[in-house]
Design a protein around this ligand. Structure first.
Ligand code: OAD
Length: 227
């Protein structure tokens, strides 16, 4: 299973490339989601992620997230690979998750990379690492940064061994995540796209469910495991 921002759209979290509501419609990503942006203006980047963290804390997982929890419960080999950083899969109850792009609910030291559970940003400044004093930053992958090697390896391993890959809510434009369906295809798996619109991947999938994931994924569960 590979998910993208579209599976959180029905929870009210804007996708990246949807021009009408997309986050990027309001912000220039190059100003915010890069190491250079953080070095140049750490406070702006920190505040943008604090705003996103607060927004995400106010929404709920949707029926699509919950359907994936049900599939994980019924299919021991099921692995959820997500590009999303909103943490909604975890809040819905998914456990076997590979986070390719990190998670905005986590914060780490910008020098040591160690996770920091609690921080104090009440003075309006970017908080500092309690052990080395470097600035803290969101635990997400920024443009020009490498994905966490162990997460990418786990995702490629799962994609290469599956016999069915569902690809839901992604425009399949950002690599290396967008290469994962190719791993599944080359392993002989059936690839099913769940997306109201067609994408860069659509011409290579075996089936396309042209519906919102909040509708299509629960329907798949109901059809697969009628009570
Ligand atoms: P995008 O915004 O690129 O694509 C969202 C996809 O979800 C589009 O194909 C929409 O058609 C589809 N969609 C919208 N509503 C949907 C719904 N209700 N159900 C199913 N699909 C729906 O988001 P991603 O593909 O996730 O990277 O973007 C990939 C990466 O680009 C992100 O992880 C981020 C960004 O750069 C990082 O942050 C490193």
């Amino acid at each position: 299973m590979l998910t993208g921002a579209g599976v959180s759209a029905e929870s009210g979290v804007p996708t990246f490339r949807d021009a009408q509501t997309g986050l990027w419609a309001r912000f220039d990503p190059r100003e915010l989601a890069t190491p250079a942006a953080f070095a140049k203006n750490p406070r702006l980047v920190w505040d943008w992620y604090a705003w996103r963290r607060e927004r995400v804390s106010r929404v709920e997982p949707n029926a699509g997230h919950r359907a994936l929890v049900e599939i994980e419960r019924r299919v021991p080999e099921f692995v959820l690979i997500t590009q999303n950083v909103d943490g909604l899969h975890q809040r819905a109850g998914s456990r076997r998750i590979v986070e390719l792009h990190g998670n905005i609910t986590r914060v780490k030291c910008s020098r040591e990379g160690t996770h920091v559970e609690r921080w104090d940003a009440s003075d309006g400044e970017v908080p500092q690492c309690p052990s080395c004093g470097a600035l803290l930053r969101p635990d997400v992958v920024w443009f020009e940064e490498m994905l966490p090697p162990d997460a990418l390896a786990a995702a490629e391993n799962a994609a290469s061994r599956c016999d069915l890959m569902l690809v839901a809510g992604t425009s399949a434009e950002v690599y290396p995540a967008a290469a994962l369906p190719r791993f599944a295809e080359e392993a002989g798996a059936i690839v099913v796209e769940v997306n109201p619109d067609s994408t860069a991947l659509s011409h290579r999938v075996d089936y396309a469910l042209r519906a919102p994931s909040g509708v299509a994924l629960p329907a798949l569960v109901a059809a697969s495991w009628t009570a």
